[in-house]
Design a protein around this ligand. Structure first.
Ligand code: ZN
Length: 134
C-alpha cells in the first residue's frame, strides 16, 4: 500500500456537511457524484495529496444508512492507494482478511475499489483504490 488516498465520513445531509467542511477546510469540494448502484451521494475535498470523502445515503438501502443508524455520523472508512488492486486483494485474502466483494468494482472518481470487513481489521473498514494511471 502506498499512502492514505482518502478518509470517508458518513453524513446525514450532504448539502449541510459540504457547507460545514467547506468552512473547516476553507475550500469547496472539488467533486460531487451520485453512485446510484450503491445508493450514495458523495463529495470530495482535496487536502494536499490526500482527500476527505463525504458519504450521504440516497435511501434506506444504502450501507451508509445502516451505519448512521448504528453509529451516527463520523469516520466510516480509510482508503489506501495501491498500484495493483487485483494483486493486493489476493495478498490480503491470503493473509486472512475478509473482502466485502469477490472482485474490485468501479467506485467514486471512476477508480477501481474494494473493501475489507472491519471485523478482520480491528474495527477499521479498509478500502483499497487503484491509482488512476493504471
Ligand atoms: Zn472511499
Amino acid at each position: 500500500m502506498k499512502k492514505i488516498d482518502h478518509i470517508g465520513v458518513a453524513v446525514k445531509n450532504l448539502e449541510q456537511s459540504d457547507n460545514l467542511f467547506s468552512k473547516l477546510f476553507n475550500k469547496d469540494p472539488f467533486h460531487r457524484e451520485s453512485l446510484d448502484s450503491q445508493h450514495l451521494n458523495v463529495s470530495f475535498f482535496e487536502l494536499g495529496d490526500t482527500k476527505v470523502e463525504l458519504l450521504e445515503p440516497q435511501s434506506e438501502e444504502s450501507a451508509i444508512h445502516k451505519f448512521l443508524l448504528l453509529k451516527g455520523e463520523g469516520i466510516h472508512h480509510v482508503a489506501f492507494e495501491v498500484e495493483d488492486i487485483h494483486a493486493e486483494m489476493e495478498r490480503l485474502k491470503n493473509e486472512g482478511f475478509q473482502p466485502l466483494t469477490e472482485t474490485p468494482y468501479v467506485g467514486a472518481l471512476n477508480k477501481l475499489v474494494c473493501f475489507f470487513h472491519p471485523k478482520s481489521t480491528n474495527g477499521v473498514l479498509v478500502e483499497l483504490c487503484q491509482k488512476e494511471d493504471h
